[in-house]
Write a protein that binds this ligand. Sequence first.
Ligand code: NAG
Ligand code: NAG
Ligand code: NAG
Ligand code: NAG
Ligand code: NAG
Ligand code: NAG
Ligand code: NAG
Ligand code: NAG
Ligand code: NAG
Ligand code: NAG
Ligand code: NAG
Ligand code: NAG
Length: 818
Amino acid sequence: MAGWVLLNISIMCFLLLLSGFPSYSASSKLLCNPDDSSALLQFKSSFTIYCTSDFVNCRPPSPTASWEIGTDCCSWDGVTCDTMSGHVIQLELGCGCLHGQIPPNSTLFHLTHLWRLRLDSNNISGELPSSISNLQQLIYLDVSWNNFSGQLPDVFGKLSKLTFLDLTMNNFEGQLPSSLFDLTQLSNLYCSSNKFTGPLPENITGFSKLTELTLADNLLNGTIPFWCLSLPSLGTLWLNNNQFTGHIGEISAPLLRALYLSGNKLQGSLPESIFDLENLSVLSLSSNNLSGQVNFHLFCKLNLYLLSLSKNRLSVNFEYSENYIFPRLARIGLSSTNITNFPKLLTQLERLEYLDLSDNRIQGEVPKWFYEIGKNSLTSLNLSKNLLTSMEQFPWNNLEHLDLSSNLLSGDISSSICNASKLEIVKLSRNKFTGIIPECLLNLSSLTVLDLQQNQLYGILPGSFSKQNNTLTSLNFNSNQLEGPLPRTLAHCTMLKLLDVGKNQIKDTFPYWLQTLPELRVLVLRANKFYGVITDAKSNNSFPKLRVFDVSDNNLSGPLPAAYIRNFKAITNAVQEESSLQYMNNVFIEDTAGVIYASYEDSIQVTIKGVDMVLEKIITSLAIIDLSNNRFQEKIPQIIGKLQQLKWLNLSHNKLTGAIPKSIQNLKNLESLDLSSNMLTGEIPAQLSNLNFLSVLNFSENHLVGKIPQGKQFNTFSNNSYEGNVGLCGPPLSRKCNNEPSGESPPSLISHNEEKIGFSWKPVAIGYGCGMVFGVILGYRVFSTGKPQWLVRIFGGELNRRARRTRTRSRANHGRMH
Ligand SMILES: *[C@@H]1O[C@H](CO)[C@@H](O)[C@H](O)[C@H]1NC(C)=O
Ligand SMILES: *[C@@H]1O[C@H](CO)[C@@H](O)[C@H](O)[C@H]1NC(C)=O
Ligand SMILES: *[C@@H]1O[C@H](CO)[C@@H](O)[C@H](O)[C@H]1NC(C)=O
Ligand SMILES: *[C@@H]1O[C@H](CO)[C@@H](O)[C@H](O)[C@H]1NC(C)=O
Ligand SMILES: *[C@@H]1O[C@H](CO)[C@@H](O)[C@H](O)[C@H]1NC(C)=O
Ligand SMILES: *[C@@H]1O[C@H](CO)[C@@H](O)[C@H](O)[C@H]1NC(C)=O
Ligand SMILES: *[C@@H]1O[C@H](CO)[C@@H](O)[C@H](O)[C@H]1NC(C)=O
Ligand SMILES: *[C@@H]1O[C@H](CO)[C@@H](O)[C@H](O)[C@H]1NC(C)=O
Ligand SMILES: *[C@@H]1O[C@H](CO)[C@@H](O)[C@H](O)[C@H]1NC(C)=O
Ligand SMILES: *[C@@H]1O[C@H](CO)[C@@H](O)[C@H](O)[C@H]1NC(C)=O
Ligand SMILES: *[C@@H]1O[C@H](CO)[C@@H](O)[C@H](O)[C@H]1NC(C)=O
Ligand SMILES: *[C@@H]1O[C@H](CO)[C@@H](O)[C@H](O)[C@H]1NC(C)=O
């Protein structure tokens, strides 16, 4: 009995001890160094913290882990202490919650025992202070995915222990500091996606242990220095998407596995030594200015998995290559490499995933043996821009991206294409395909882009757009011979951004039921047989994002659709929701290194000054309304003046009556205004001369009267803009107004201008074919230099850069670079 009591007491004491010991220890002796603790709290307090959860790990805050005064900082989330000294040695804050700057006197730099610091993925802006050099024990420093800007401080002499440095995805600019290149312990250096400029130093003393160097997506220039291609430990080198020039020097990095040099301005031939890099598995040289002949079999010594030579001035020769084996080769980019035949070598590539032979000179039928390659592995096939005449099968069940556009392919589209149930991008445009569209194609569950424009497809547009998981963003059927009404199931495509059925034989009333599509930006119904009155918008949220509305060349009648016009929010809103520099719909599929496996950009045909043109890329600031060549009647509604972002307005060739509404003066962004061939009456509102961007104006063939407004923009238009209005007078017409003293000949500026317009538009029509957008830009530049900025910008450097950066951000989401 006594024994039992004793045992009981000792158990209780033990339990007491168990529960009492930690709290006793925590309250009287914190492990954490008190200076470090207050430094951390001050550091935290200098930021705005945007999150509801725990700010370190993005999970609900736990009582022990939160950063509270009086608790042991060594137990805080993201903090690790030295167990002996209590100093903070590791700090990892990666929840994306910290917004703000790190001032030079930040208490962060009091944590001198830190050897690992990660401010991974926050929103820290401003400069990285040079006082970071206080942290001399740092081995691991990661400030990637923030918004740091300015120069990188030249302090790496003090940070000589660094082995890992990640600056990816910030806005650092200027030269990389020279002390960086003296680091001898560094094994990983990531500087991609910043704005670093200037050349790399010619000679360096460090980097002997460097295994990964990424400088991709910057503005670095000059030649690639010798040391860079001969580092003894280097495994991967990413210099892609910079401005490097000159030749690629001889390469002697024995451990090199991946070399990314694409998207630079490198020239000359491939260095001989490249063919001896037996450890090389990725070689990406696309989009440079390299030239010369490449004998493919020379790559046989390498351990290639990916080879991209696309878009240079190289000529690839496959002679003898069948006699060599390439056991791992799976991704091949040979666009624009002067190839005339399908290389037989492909038959041995059992793991082929990606094949781009676009923009070559391959002609005739696709050979039978080609249908055997990569049957279960191929995911991307690009044969566009060749001279192929027939493609009978689609045996690749795992195919996701198929581009056969711009060939001479004829015959039916085989419904076996639907066996590739994972298809996302299908481009069969600009061929001679005939027959009907296989119904199953529209029902593929992953399809996002279907481009069939410019073929000879006929029959009724099939109606099997699936309600479930409809991922379609682009549907282009332009320039075929499709008939019938539009299938009502199109309304299931709730992610659709572009629908172009222009230039077909579609007979239907206006598809008001598309008004609910929340993402639709481009609707082209032109040159079909749409008829009847455009019924009123059913809600005041119709076509909320529409910016291109082209129903020209149909049989539509009744008044202009004022209710819809009022609701075009994306054209009326003064504040644009998207950056005007972005494209409306583009798809880039690329790996973490920026090698593009598939890309798609919407293109549409537009008519300006009676010339049909293709806009190869549609930027978000484009806004077009074209209702021309119908039978619309009655007045132009005043409400049209609400479309403040409109660029091109075409109401010509209708039966419109009444006066030109004064509200048109509010269309401050208007560049082209065509009201010709109507029955408009009254005077031209003088206020229209304030439309500063207007460069195309056509009021001809109406019943307008009175004096043509003078001054500003109106001084640049010629007679053609007004002819066929018997009541108009004043310059540039020779007809004098009654109350005017004497006639004057048009200023010479006008005829000069007109001459230039003539010169600029003709080449557009003749010279460019499908790449006409260049012509548009040239045209604009000639007759209205500097005015329509949005057009000029399409090919401006700024845009390319932005587009690339956006892309990089999204792609880097998929996988980190290391
Ligand atoms: C840093 O300096 C600013 C003034 O430049 C001062 O207001 C702030 O209190 C200082 N912070 C610390 C932690 O010393
Ligand atoms: C970053 O912070 C700025 C303000 O400092 C804010 O405008 C911006 O939206 C934030 N960015 C992100 C991605 O949270
Ligand atoms: C980054 O900082 C700059 C100012 O340095 C600011 O204009 C920009 O909006 C910031 N970007 C983000 C994504 O917060
Ligand atoms: C770089 O080193 C080479 C050989 O070691 C030398 O000839 C050259 O002058 C050096 N260049 C610079 C800029 O120091
Ligand atoms: C590199 O770019 C800078 C501007 O960032 C320019 O001043 C310099 O001349 C360029 N150098 C070379 C070699 O192209
Ligand atoms: C390939 O790498 C191995 C070590 O992995 C190395 O021993 C060999 O020398 C390398 N080959 C070449 C040609 O440098
Ligand atoms: C490409 O290289 C050639 C010399 O091989 C040069 O004449 C040409 O200007 C370069 N083109 C570009 C776009 O850099
Ligand atoms: C393309 O290849 C042909 C031989 O097929 C050759 O004559 C021609 O020079 C090559 N063109 C270029 C630009 O290398
Ligand atoms: C498509 O798949 C079906 C059944 O899965 C099969 O019978 C047919 O042969 C396939 N067609 C082609 C061309 O592979
Ligand atoms: C479309 O797909 C659904 C299920 O994914 C299927 O039930 C339907 O039969 C398909 N329609 C056609 C025409 O293939
Ligand atoms: C639609 O997507 C959901 C979730 O992604 C999936 O569970 C469902 O099976 C899909 N339905 C069809 C018909 O593909
Ligand atoms: C196919 O190649 C062409 C020409 O190189 C390119 O413009 C197009 O974007 C590629 N198609 C896809 C789907 O990637």
